[in-house]
Design a protein around this ligand. Sequence first.
Ligand code: 26Y
Length: 811
Amino acid sequence: MLMDKDEFKAIFVNNLQTMFGKGIEEASINNKYMALSRVIRDCISKNWMETNKQYSETGVKQVYYFSMEFLLGKALDMHLVNGGVKEIYREALEELGIDLNELEKQEADPGLGNGGLGRLAACFMESMAAVGIPGHGCGIRYTYGLFEQKIVDHNQVELPDNWLQDGYAWEFRKADKAVEVKFGGTINSSQQGERWVFTHENYEAVLAVPYDVPLAGYHNNTVNTLRLWNAESLHDTFDLASFNRGEYLEAMEYRSSVGLISKILYPQDNFYEGRLLRLKQQYFFVSAGLQSIIRRYKKRYSSMKQLPKRVAVHINDTHPAIAVPELMRLLMDQEELSWDDAWKITTETISYTNHTIMPEALETWPVEMFKSLLPRMYMIVHEINERVCRSLWDAYPGDWERIRSMAVIADNMVHMARLAVVGSHSVNGVAQIHTDILKEHIMSNFHKFYPKKFNNKTNGITHRRWLLKANPELAGIITDCIGSGWITDPQKLEEFGRFDTDKIIQEKVRKVKHNNKKILAKYIKEKTGVTIDARSIFDVHIKRIHSYKRQILNVFHIMDLYNRLKENPSLAITPRTFIFAGKAAPGYYIAKQTIKLISVLASLINKDKDIKGKLKVIFLENYSVSLGELLFPAADVSEQISTASKEASGTGNMKFMLNGAVTIGTLDGANVEIHDAVGDDNIFIFGLTSQQVFDYYNHGGYDAWQVYSSDIRIKTVLEQLVNGFLPYQREEFRPLYNSLLADNDEFFVLRDFDAYAKAQVELDKRYKQKNKWIEMSIHNIAQAGIFSSDRTICEYSRDIWHTKPVVITKP
Ligand code: 26Y
């Protein structure tokens, strides 16, 4: 990075001139943002070229992380922080009369993901670059990211996220690296000597053009690549021919239909809809990615047999599972390998992470759809299935039921999770309890058949974005106490634990939290008009809106608290501000009702003078990475209250902890490991265990009506949904009410209510002991090091990818 202030200023001013033909006076804020980004981009690109050169020269194994989603967040500030130039540039800009914060606001927040899975991919990319692992991302350059959420009259409204509108400063179009991807058509086979040759005819070809985004490490010269593919039409052959024939309209139709492939990100999280366009997206980026990997590999090596030594392909859930047959195709049809050789190479190259046990998220494609869109893929999947079933038959002769439950093609559907399991050498879950559930329940048959494939890799988050960048003042205190080693070695955060009872440090940590709360309060005032008290407990529940995540449990507790305050306004509770944020999938009715309920409840509670400001409820619209960066540092309480067994890991839980919030949660996902790390006294655990949940599902026995009729608080709150208590149409929340009673409360909201309310009472008590609370807070921060994605990435690297960090020397 450019470290000299005057040199920086000169280049910045020069950029304004050459990019926009303007001086500082005439340049718009956006011009200035682009000129600043260009300074950084130019610095990075030197290291980028050098990194690629050294990777090629040393032949070190490359990891490719295939994901339909990368929820990156803004880049500018991260580059400034990672490059260690933020303060220098801030001063330099100030001297030019420019406010760096204003420039940062210009950047679009690329929301190319839904939630946990997409954000995890982004954290992994950051950590790989920081640790020095040659790891690259492969995904789709969606023209429209996840919709922008607005709340209008208590309803979620979705607006298009046109994030590319003003251009994206961090991408490099690589038109010369484009590849063709073929859809539809027919496959002809013929025998040439020993070999079968497959030719593809009458297909529709799409041009995949890569846009590369640099991923810079922390002070280490490493710059890895995120390659996002854009779908375009091939105008030379097919198109031009039709133009010549005068088929102008047809040709234009073709062009615009091709563009559709990379147009939008599907907004469902943990919910599968078998849309043809989504299958197209999957094959599109997977085929393009694998073709470009093999092309690069062949520049250096002649035999494909060494591929697993030089390349690891990791698939982020089953969405890219078509990589299994596509790699087979490339190895057999293009590289002329035998089935057996190709299969060995494929399975040794590919590894797979499962992110959910929710049955509604399982991807299965109707055979007819799969076959007609991807005929060659179907042939290969069919053959994989035959071979798998044969080996299953050898192991379990006559056990049809078992074989059917494991077959890649069964009941006229292609099962992508099964394809991913059989086609890879490693299958991992994302927290210990989740991996155990995969092994013992969801994938127990596969675990018995391939015991060695299964392993756990507990998720992590990049502490550089979520602490160093998002909460610089807290980061400063930590560095003052223990030095800056934690930035590259997050386990060192543990040393901060020594200060948990140090009065001076406690006071500093308390002040920073208070300050972060004031910043958030100001934002909330601007956005919602509601005044909140920074001295109240900030109790934060932010994540996708989903029944299994149980925002409703939180809402019921708030309603009960409100009822008690109405009865007794002098109730001795610490004032609380409940803050929610999160998007609902546009077609997810109950999730949208949940948002509406929170919003309506907020309007009732926030203007009620009787409760003396002891309770406020806020729903912040358009949850995003940027908003998260404002919320995590300001939280006192982290709500992690999913039905035990349902949340594979969770990563928000880690971001809260790292910023000194205390968790109230169930023994689900990574909460279990957070509990182990901080101990009983530094977390509020409540509710059913996953075993109890399974027992209920297996043996019946749960009766929501019974809980309803025996707990007056629950009965009252439920009735308030439908008796006109809420300032909204009386019948509006009947479906929610029914989901909890008529449909017997699938996610045990009523069952866990009492335990949750008790945990909240304990929490309130503890908050009153000011020093105790700060001590807990510091303890949580100090134990958060193991939840850094640096740790996670090192484990993937050691156990699955077999790669080593590489030191990139300065150009
Ligand atoms: C098939 C489809 C529509 C689909 C789309 C998105 C299916 C699943 C998803 C997203 C899943 C997801 O985000 N899972 C989350 O992954 C996180 C990272 O591992 C976990 O922390 C979190 O518990 C899990 O819900």
